[in-house]
Each structure stands twice: as C-alpha cells, then as structure tokens.
Write a protein that binds this ligand. Structure first.
Ligand code: NAP
Ligand code: MG
Length: 487
C-alpha cells in the first residue's frame, strides 16, 4: 500500500487554559499516532486532575465575572461566525491533521466532517440572539416571566470517531448560550480540537471561555466529571463510561446529556428501491470505517428478496477501496487504534464461531496500520454476539424477516435506541414503522442524513438529551421564573 503522508504544521500540542498554551503540571506527555502507519505524529501534553482544576477555575471565572455571558447576544453570534470563517480559511490543513490523527479519508474530513462542523457552529451562532423566555398569565396581581440563562460551566468529553464534528456539536450550543467550557478530547485524536481552540481565540472568544485539557479518561475526564465547579456534563462515547460518569457526578448533581452507542436496525422491504437500499445498507455500516454511533449494523432483509439483495450489498463491500487515507481514491481508512482493531477482529472471529457466514471480508488488510476488510456476515441470528453488541467497525450482520410484527419486536429487542432506517415504497408502512421503532432517529429511504437543525440522540441506553437543533441548545440553558408584584 503506498503511503504518501503529508506533514501539516501541527502547532498546538499543549493544554489550552485561560487563553494560554501551557505544559501539564506533571510535565507528562502522551503520543498521538497515525493509525495508517502506527507512527507517532506528535507528543501532546497530558493533563490530569491538577490541570483540570486550573481549567475549571478559568472557566468558572470567565462565566461568573467575564464578558462572555454578559456580551450582547448578537456579538456572541458574530464571534462564532468569525470562528467559522477562520476554520474555512484553514480547512485544508485542518482536514489533513484530522485525517492523520484519526485515519479517516482526507476527502471525508475535507468535504463532509468539517463543512458539517462549520454549518453546526453557524446554525448555533444564529441562535445566540434568539434565546428568549415567555410571559406567563398567573393568578393575582403579578407579572410573571421566564428568563433563559446559560447553565454555567460545561464539562465536555468527546470520543475519537468525529473529532472536529464533536467539537462543533459541543461548542456551538454552549457558546451561543453564553456558557464557558472545559473540554477533554479523546486520547487518540487531540490535535484538531487544540487547533480549533486557537482559531476560536483568534476569532475573539475571550480567555477562559474555551479550555482544552487533553489527557486520559480516568484522570482528566474523571476530574471534570467530579469537579463541583462544573455545572453540566456533555458526553459522547461508550455506555460503560457513561454509567461511570453518571455515578461520579451524582454528588454534585450535574446536568447531563449522554450520546452513546447503538445497534441500529436498517430494514429493507421487498417493495423498496433496492439499488438505493443496497447503497444505504453499505454506507449505513461502512461510513467512517464503521465507527459511527448510529451505524446500521443490523440489516434486516425481507425473506423474499434476501439472497439477491445480499448479493448487491456484498458486491459493494468487495469493491470498497481500503487504503491510504490521503489517496483520493480511498473510501475506507484504518480503524482508530490497535484496541479498536483487535476488538473488531475478535468479533469477526466470534461471528464465525457462532455459525454466521462470512460472505465477504473478515481479514486484516496489510500488516502495517489498523486496516480491516469491509465485512458482511449472513445467516446471523438475533442471539449472536455480532447481532447484539456494538462492534464499532466495518462489520455488517444480515438478518432475515418475513412478518412485520415480529420484525418490530426483533428490531426493538436491544438495549440501544439511537437510530433505525426503513426502506420501502409503501408510505403507510414507512410511517407505521417510524412510530413503532424505539429509536431517537428514524430514516426512511435514506441513511446518515444529518442536519444542524434536526435533533439527534438516543432512546434507552443510547443516552438521553438531544444534540443539534433547538433541543441541543436547551441542554445549555436553565429556566428562571421571575414573579413581580404589581400591587
Ligand atoms: P469511551 O471510553 O467512552 O471514551 C469516550 C471519551 O470518554 C474519551 O474522551 C475517554 O477518554 C473519556 N473517558 C473514558 N473514561 C472516562 C471516565 N472514567 N471519566 C470521564 N471520561 C472518561 O470510549 P472508547 O474507549 O474510546 O471506545 C470504546 C467503545 O465505545 C467503542 O468501541 C464504541 O463501541 C463506543 N464508542 C461510541 C462512540 C459514540 O459516538 N457513541 C464513540 C466512541 C466510542 P480516553 O481518551 O482516555 O479514552
Ligand atoms: Mg491518533
């Protein structure tokens, strides 16, 4: 596999606290690696509890005394737009760093992730001066109204699968609301988050409003979660970590939004546009190397078309080009790190042991970097591990169905509830299923369609609260009721 690797200028590798770039107090650093060749890209300052202490203090001060929450709301919006202009100016370098650190194809970072991130921040910039309360007709001689105030200091902990986009989903609503924040990026992908902090500062976001503490979950992450100076946690990642965070934050009663994993059903009926559905099944699982919380990892195919439909999906998987993320022809890069790679390979092994048929893929690609063949399992049964667990890789489980009630029961028989999709030309069936599927997002005749204005989040153990849209902003606001005697 040819490996031409660009060398973007990585300028930010330290902690960003109160507008300053500083080493961690311990002096420790950790390596961030390029998952395509397993080489070290940069050493990044490793923050832990003492650094989080400083970051929260800065964010607290910026919230309690600083200009940001008190600024004219329209001015906050303008600064956010300026931030987006600066991202647009550096889009090529940002995309190269994102691709280098995460492994995703450069063209995806450049043409999908970053444009979506910019759109999200601009969407919330538009909200900044539209946050308003209501006047309420109460009994008696009183004027009663509500104010919508920023929740305070937000602690934001994000994963590695969409580093820049996750920053946008977290910073956009927080900044528009007038909050200040402390973010811990994932240890695998800290670089673009740090660059974005620099751009936000350049755009005019005051010191202390955005603080970034790269480091590890059990140290830096846990310190944010426990800190009494943090009012709200916004977390995206695994269910296990989310449960630990809920326990650890109970003593300080933090507000919380959790965006977790899934095992989303992607349902194809015989009456669907089968070419489009096959493409949707393919992208639904393989997008972003399969590292999507909403991946359509359970493909339910109606019995009568099962074999021919599976053939189409297998063919698409076979043709998918896996390789150097910087090659414009590449559609799939490496998994983010060795741990994820090994987890995926062990699920592939488990699938085979449990009797599913590996119709295509199943092997590592090359011997350097964490590349996995796009993999499709057929003859999968509901109780198999590959049908139940989130694999977070390019591994599709195909299941058959015939009866619709039985299908709904099986599709919902999971602890997750993040997304679902239905492919059919029958409008009534589509809406009926959209109602009966227990998931935060249902796509009909499409997959992975996101919009900054459309709320996204989970039912059941896929989390709670919503990101994006007005609901995403609400998570950063408190309602205050003011009652004034007119007597
Ligand atoms: P994870 O442990 O949930 O990591 C997500 C973030 O939480 C990272 O920044 C992580 O720090 C931090 N963290 C870990 N332990 C913490 C703690 N005790 N307190 C506070 N923060 C903590 O996920 P992972 O280990 O990267 O991936 C494991 C699995 O999670 C994947 O295989 C996948 O199934 C799922 N996942 C889901 C999503 C999603 O979008 N819903 C994204 C990524 C992963 P570190 O950088 O030190 O890990
Ligand atoms: Mg990395």
């Amino acid at each position: 596999m040819p490996h031409s690797v660009p060398s973007p200028n990585i300028r930010q590798t330290q902690l960003f606290i109160n507008g300053q770039w500083i080493p961690s107090q311990s002096g420790k650093t950790f390596d961030t690696i390029n998952p395509a060749n397993e080489e070290v890209i940069a050493e990044v300052a490793e923050g832990d509890a003492v650094d989080v202490e400083c970051a929260v203090e800065a964010a607290r001060r910026a919230f309690d005394e600083g200009p940001w929450p008190r600024l004219n709301a329209r001015e906050r919006g303008k600064i956010m737009h300026r931030f987006c202009d600066l991202i647009d100016e550096e889009i090529d370098e940002l995309a190269a760093i994102e691709s280098l650190d995460n492994g995703k194809p450069l063209k995806d970072a450049r043409h999908v992730d970053i444009p979506l991130a910019v759109e999200c921040i601009r969407y919330y910039a538009g909200w900044a001066d539209k946050i308003q309360g209501t006047t309420i007709p109460v009994n008696g001689d009183f004027l009663c109204y509500t104010r919508r105030e920023p929740v305070g200091v937000a602690g934001q902990i994000i994963p590695w699968n969409f580093p820049i986009l996750m920053v946008a989903w977290k910073w956009g609503p927080a900044l528009a609301a007038g909050c200040t924040l402390v973010m811990k990026p994932a240890e695998q992908t800290p670089l673009t988050c740090l660059r974005l902090a620099r751009l936000a500062q350049k755009a005019g976001v005051p010191d202390g409003v955005i603080n970034v503490v790269p480091g590890f979950g059990p140290t830096a992450g846990a310190a944010i979660v426990k800190h009494p100076g943090v009012d709200k946690i916004a977390f995206t990642g695994s269910g296990e970590t989310a449960k630990a965070i809920m326990r650890q934050s109970a003593d300080t009663m933090k507000r919380m939004t959790l965006e977790l994993g899934g095992k989303s059903p992607n349902i194809v009926f015989a009456d669907a546009n089968l070419e489009a559905a096959a493409e949707g099944a393919h992208i639904g699982i393989h997008l972003n190397q399969g590292q999507c919380c909403c991946a359509g990892s359970r493909l339910f195919v109606e019995d009568s078309i099962h074999d021919s439909f599976v053939e189409k999906v297998v063919e698409l998987s076979r043709k998918r080009r896996v390789g150097n993320p910087f090659d414009p022809a590449t559609e799939q890069g490496p998994q983010v790190d060795r741990a994820q790679f090994e987890k995926i390979m062990s699920y592939i092994e488990k699938g085979q042991e449990e009797g599913a048929v590996c119709a295509t893929g199943g092997q590592r690609v090359g011997d350097r970097g964490f590349f996995v063949e796009p993999t499709v399992f057929t003859e999968v049964h509901d109780e198999m591990a590959i049908a139940r667990d989130e694999i977070f890789g390019p591994v599709l489980s195909v299941l058959r169905f015939s009866d619709i009630d039985e299908l709904v029961r099986r599709a919902n028989a999971t602890t997750f509830g993040l997304a679902a999709a239905v492919w059919t030309r029958d409008v009534s069936k589509a809406h009926m299923l959209a109602e009966r599927l227990r998931a935060g997002t249902v796509w009909v005749n499409c997959y992975d369609v996101f919009d900054a204005a459309a709320p996204f989040g989970g039912f059941k153990q896929s989390g709670f609260g919503r990101e994006l849209g007005q609901r995403g902003l609400d998570a950063y606001l408190e309602d205050k009721t003011v009652t004034v005697s007119l007597g």
